[in-house]
Design a protein around this ligand. Structure first.
Ligand code: 8YV
Length: 329
């Protein structure tokens, strides 16, 4: 009998077909967001699971799903997965890096530009019928070209954003990251490492791209925002919870910074109610990686990992982007 796998959310039909060649596949074509007990119930008897960035894979779930051998996510961020607990139980975990880097960087840059140049705010004005005449300072925002770009978190996506800023828009780039890039990469990106305080003080446009963990919870709160220029923008495309959304809403309301662009939120899909009332924030529903080719590449990579982890396909035994490959050794 073929091993059984679960796909937690609705995905592209050909993705399901790739898995059906080798496994009994349970799908969720109705795209229901299962509660944790429902997820555990659907996982009974499953050797593998295809997840997205939102299903929590924790110790309790692993204890209730003893047959599970592989957890393969189509997200690069894996703060929803307790990787050490999976490793302890011999469960292979994979994420989906690289394939979304450029698409996500495009979106981060777009969100930053939309905030700086007040694009959605002015569009709402136009659509409301309020545009009756040209005005010298109407929606006059901040320049992006030549302004100082600050990147908090300098992994793959941070570097792709820095490259866009430095090479495309002539922006001096500052960054802060736990580990510094090597000198050659810094030179290629035109990026300079600074401490977090300097980054906050000197950036005209701050883009946040750090992974979420207990250590990055509220990494940017009221005290950090208070260091920023009143003319600055803040863009978060990383994870909700890295920015203290209540503190940010307060700062935007009081014009302590000029504007923000947010694709991720604490407790999403709920959004802090005050953010919804503010004109100087651009809000998008966690879509930074959402180009069709990239979403397909992310899903295909999760399938490559699942096939390999469960011992089939050309990469069998060697999932290409495993986070704990040692469990298969
Ligand atoms: C995804 C993401 O939209 O990859 C990530 O970490 O946050 C997004 O690209 C989502 O999590 C897909 O599962």
């Amino acid at each position: 009998m073929k091993p059984a796998v679960l796909i937690c959310r609705a995905v592209f039909p050909d993705i399901i077909d790739r898995l059906r060649e080798h496994f009994e596949v349970e799908t969720n074509e109705a795209d229901v967001v299962w509660t944790q007990p429902e997820l555990i119930a659907h996982l009974q008897g499953k050797a593998g699971v295809f997840i997205t960035g939102t299903q929590p894979i924790d110790t309790a779930l692993l204890a209730d799903c003893p047959e599970l051998r592989a957890v393969c996510s189509m997200a690069v961020g894996y703060n929803n997965i307790d990787v050490p607990a999976c490793t302890a139980r011999g469960v292979l975990v994979s994420n989906a890096p690289d394939v979304l880097t450029e698409t996500t960087a495009d979106f981060g840059f777009a969100l930053m530009m939309a905030a700086a140049r007040r694009i959605t705010e002015s569009e709402h004005f136009l659509r409301s019928g309020a545009w009756t005449k040209w005005t010298v300072n109407a929606f006059a925002g901040a320049d992006v070209h030549g302004a100082t770009l600050g990147v908090l978190g300098m992994g793959r996506i941070g570097q792709a954003i820095a490259r866009r800023g430095a090479l495309g828009f002539g922006m001096p780039v500052l960054y802060h990251n736990r580990s510094r890039l090597d000198a050659a990469t810094e030179a290629a990106l035109g990026a300079r490492w600074v401490d977090k305080e300097t980054l906050l003080r000197d950036s005209d446009h701050l883009v946040i791209v750090v992974p979420y963990s207990a250590a990055s919870h509220h990494l940017v709160g009221a005290a950090e925002i208070a260091l920023m220029k009143t003319s600055a923008t803040l863009t978060n495309i990383a994870r909700g919870g890295i920015v203290d959304d209540a503190a940010l809403a307060r700062a935007l309301r009081e014009h302590r910074i000029a504007a923000a662009g947010l694709d991720v939120f604490e407790g999403e899909p709920a959004v802090h109610p005050e953010l919804l009332t503010l004109p100087n924030v651009v809000l998008t529903p966690h879509i930074a990686s959402a180009s069709l080719p990239t979403r397909r590449a992310m899903a295909n990579l999760a399938v490559d990992n699942l096939l390999a982890a469960l011992g089939v396909g050309p990469q069998k035994g060697k999932p290409p982007t495993a986070l704990n490959p040692g469990v298969l050794a």
